[in-house]
Design a binder for this molecule. Structure first.
Ligand code: AMP
Length: 543
């Protein structure tokens, strides 16, 4: 027997409608490229998103068609997110930091009809446009006065499109399983692959994101997503803030420590989120000017393992609570968030940070298991490591238009490619990506654990560990270190730092000092590039 409840589809438009209707006066603040700090409200955002929706329809954009965005986090990008998806089209966020060939590939693979573009990408777009097969036009996200001088045939002006329409528009209703947004993985090997989110998966993910054991976002929060809207929808924050009517602060292009600090302080931001590499810049800046973080309460750190030293600095020196989270493009992205269970709520000091090293425990809606090389399930003892498999309503079932489908070798489960242990309380302890694991004499050494210890040294700014060839052990760990500016540290001093902190056979065989480490388009260490750089490296221990 079916129940008698209203069968309302879960649509992305309902998020901005709610924000406008019940939090219409709450601010959205953006640092823009052309007009300095811009302020308006959720109420105005919805009105403009409706005008833009009508403009899209007038351009002939129809249900299911993909519209690209290549833009920083600003109010216009937010409007585009809501307008495109809410008419049944698909917002395809393009990461401008990808190699031009990858951008060409994903735009053509996604068959984008239009591209909404910040003016700072005018040259990039102009160079690539002749290679785009389906793109009918480029919309520059500015007013007429700021249209770029670069020649882009048929370029349209965002503000003119919006001004030509009125906001008298009712968001259409359609199947909640319709596609809403498309995001390609940063693709360290092979071509990037697309994760195509639905309205339903996005709204369910948003409920989980705002929950207290998720990111815990309420109407009382001021949220600054540093994580770009082209990196898995800024981890869902543009949707989460609308669902609760939180104030948003959009940082635009400038994500350096000084620019971020100005906004965090000036707008009294309570919650922010980004990958660890961004926080290095902020912490260095704060240290250099002796500043404090007076309003910030929590910082969400994910995308790569959060080093212990960074956690301690935020918590002990600045009084900002670290929320360590794990996820991936293929899961919208939230999978686990580190919040204490009841028995851990009073932990403090070292014991608290010990637990925070875990990437967290699954949100409701995400189911997990770990498996061995033969896909046999492994125990949750906190020690045994295996590949993490996940399933749930916001985990992809298949990559967009990709054949054959990788990562679905166990029916109903998505293979994450991450290696972890799960402890009896359900917290996951990530040790590596499968392809980054260092296999020494048949045993596995965790590169993440070694990196976290290395960056705990006050003279170390950043560190990466890769496996290099060894004739006896197959592979041994090489530690690659970037020193803190103005500091000097020897190999011996570095290795002595590990003593007593790891099993003896985990000790790196050598240390290489470099000026900088390679990063991917989403700010993670690029082990692929690093392994390539050190491919001819011979270890002093006999390699
Ligand atoms: P992306 O799809 O670009 O968001 O990358 C997802 C990948 O980032 C995951 O599969 C992990 O390898 C890595 N990752 C994300 N969060 C964490 C974390 N807290 N600790 C370690 N690795 C992480």
């Amino acid at each position: 027997m079916l129940a008698n409840m209203m069968d309302q589809p879960l649509l992305i438009s309902s998020l901005i409608t709610h924000a406008a209707r019940y939090h219409g006066q709450t601010e959205i603040v953006s640092r823009t490229l052309e007009e300095g700090i811009h302020r308006y409200t959720w109420g105005e955002a919805e009105q403009r998103a409706k005008r833009l929706a009508k403009a899209l329809l007038a351009l002939g954009v129809g249900p299911g068609q993909r519209v690209g965005t290549m833009a920083w986090n600003t109010y216009r990008h937010l409007e585009a997110y809501y307008a495109i998806a809410s008419i049944g089209a698909v917002t395809h966020t393009i990461n401008p930091r990808l190699f031009p060939e990858q951008i060409e590939y994903i735009v053509n693979h996604a068959e984008n009809q239009y591209i909404f573009c910040d003016t700072s990408f005018a040259d990039l777009i102009a160079a690539l446009l002749p290679k785009f097969k389906s793109v009918k036009g480029v919309v520059f996200m500015c007013d007429r006065a700021h249209m770029p001088s670069t020649a882009v045939p048929g370029a349209l002006c965002y503000e003119e499109l919006v001004a030509a329409q009125d906001p008298d528009f009712t968001w259409p209703t359609f199947d909640e399983r319709s596609a809403a947004a498309l995001c390609y993985t940063s693709g360290t090997t092979g071509n990037p692959k697309g994760a195509l989110y639905s309205h339903r998966s996005t709204v369910l993910h948003t409920f989980a994101a705002i929950a207290p054991d998720g990111l815990g976002i309420s109407a009382r929060e001021t949220v600054l997503p540093v994580v770009p809207m082209f990196h898995v929808n800024a981890w869902g924050l543009p949707y989460a803030c609308a669902m609760v009517g939180a104030k948003m602060v959009m940082p635009g292009r400038d994500l350096d420590g000084k620019s971020l600090h100005e906004l965090l302080d000036g707008e009294k931001v309570s919650l922010t989120a980004a990958v660890p590499a961004v926080w290095l810049g902020l912490l260095n800046h704060l240290r250099s000017i002796g500043a404090t973080l007076d309003h910030m309460q929590r910082v969400v750190i994910g995308g790569s393992a959060c080093p212990r030293a960074m956690m301690e600095t935020f918590q002990d020196q600045y009084g900002v609570e670290v929320v360590h989270a794990w996820g991936m493009t293929e899961m919208s992205p939230l999978g686990t968030v580190n919040t204490p269970k009841f028995q851990f709520k009073d932990l403090s000091g070292k014991a608290k940070v010990d637990l925070q090293q875990s990437a967290g425990r699954p949100l409701y809606g995400v189911d997990m298991m770990i498996v061995d090389e033969n896909d046999q399930e492994l125990p949750w003892d906190g020690e045994t490591v295996g590949e993490l498999m996940v399933r749930g309503p916001w985990v992809i079932d298949a990559y967009f238009n990709t054949d054959p489908q990788p990562a679905h070798r166990i029916p109903g489960w998505f293979g994450t490619g991450d290696v972890c242990a799960i402890d009896p309380d359900g917290y996951i302890w990530i040790t590596d990506r499968i392809k980054d694991v260092i296999k020494s004499g048949g045993e596995w050494i965790s590169s993440i654990d070694l990196e976290n210890i290395a960056v705990g040294h006050p003279k170390v700014a950043e560190a990466a560990v890769i496996g290099v060839y060894h004739p006896r052990w197959d592979e041994r760990p090489l530690l690659v270190v970037v020193k803190q500016p103005g500091e000097d540290i020897s190999k011996e001093e570095m290795l002595a730092w590990f003593e007593g902190k790891i099993a003896k056979w985990w000790m790196p065989d050598d240390v290489a000092f470099v000026d900088e480490l390679p990063h991917t388009a989403t700010g993670k260490l690029s082990k692929l590039q690093l392994r390539d750089r050190f491919k001819d490296y011979r270890l002093p221990s006999g390699g």
